[in-house]
Design a binder for this molecule. Structure first.
Ligand code: ADP
Ligand code: MG
Length: 300
């Protein structure tokens, strides 16, 4: 396994940022770590890369324990932190030289040249980082993360803040890099995992709520149906979830609910429920299901 996370929790003061999280990432995969802001993505990534310790649980990266063998872990992991903190006053090559020095890389010059080519920085290689566009800064960030040729790359929201062209370029670059490395990338954007990830782990409020191949998640979702149902007066979630065939009820607004159902004929049960409870169904409407809806549903 490239990454093994077992029963990991993280508590900041009184805030539980991660709650008994477990997952594995196999070699050669591009895995999306998807969740809304504050879900715990960055926290998990900082722990995997030995930047902060977990409160509980065990993590291994390429077989090395993050608590017991942090130096081995760091040797095998490249990390692009959220917001990509770079030294804006440094020249691209100067910065990469500095990073290569940190990792004590033997033939620095050659390696830097290789990295510049790999991430497509050739035409910008003589500029100061501060003079680069956000897209090119991300390339510098990726070069920095890969300079010591790690097996695993941890990329924290690598495409946030990019314009559509830069977004495409960076996604393609990540896909290309992913052919040779294991990549875990975080995002709060559904389309991102649909575009580049083999597997998707969804996290919400510090807990894993889904973990499957991206394709399987998409397929599952097209199977379940969501109805928007408006009643004439108040009704409770507990009542609605007792209806045969309704697996989940979410309040949309006042007396309007999202009901997740398994098949179309559950509608009859809803009408019957309404009748028995002297309720009127004002509208009933089928929602089109996309992975995006699922994400919203799972993380609301
Ligand atoms: P994400 O990256 O998914 O947006 P984070 O891992 O940054 O989420 O944060 C998870 C939760 O932990 C949030 O509620 C956040 O406010 C809290 N948190 C993150 N870092 C700290 C910290 N250093 N001290 C206290 N709380 C923190
Ligand atoms: Mg974050």
């Amino acid at each position: 396994m490239s990454i093994e996370v077992k029963n990991v929790s993280k508590i900041y003061g009184e805030q539980k940022a991660l709650d008994n999280v477990s997952f594995v990432i196999e070699p050669g995969q591009i895995v999306g770590f998807l969740g809304p802001n504050g879900a715990g993505k960055s926290t998990m990534m900082k722990i995997i890369t030995c930047f902060i310790p977990q409160t509980e649980g065990q993590i291994k990266v390429c077989g090395f324990d993050v608590t017991e063998q942090p130096i081995d872990v760091k040797r095998h992991v490249g990390y692009l932190p959220e917001h990509n903190p770079l030294y804006l006053d440094m020249y691209v090559k100067e910065y990469l030289d500095f990073t290569a020095g940190v990792y004590k890389i033997a033939n620095k010059k050659e390696r830097i040249k290789e990295m510049i080519e790999m991430v497509g920085l050739t035409i910008e290689q003589n500029k100061k980082i501060g003079a680069l566009s956000k897209g090119y800064r991300q390339r510098v960030g990726l070069a920095q993360a890969m300079i010591h040729n790690p097996d695993v790359l941890i990329l924290d929201e690598p495409t946030t803040g990019l314009d559509p062209n830069q977004l495409d370029e960076i996604r393609n670059l990540i896909k290309r890099i992913g052919k040779e490395k294991t990549i875990m990338l975080s995002t709060h954007i559904m389309q991102e995992v649909e575009a580049i990830c083999d597997k998707t782990i969804i996290i919400n409020k510090g807990r894993i709520v889904a973990n499957d191949s991206t394709q399987e998640l998409q397929k599952q979702q097209s199977k379940s149906i969501v109805l928007t149902v408006e009643f004439d007066r108040e009704v409770s979630k507990t009542q609605l979830e007792k209806i045969d065939g309704v697996s989940n009820a979410l309040n949309k607004v006042s007396n309007t609910w999202y009901l997740e159902i398994k098949s179309d004929n559950v509608r009859n049960n809803i009408y019957q429920f309404a009748m028995q409870n002297e309720l009127t169904v004002l509208t009933i409407q089928k929602e089109t299901q996309s992975l995006e809806n699922v994400f919203k549903k799972l993380t609301k």
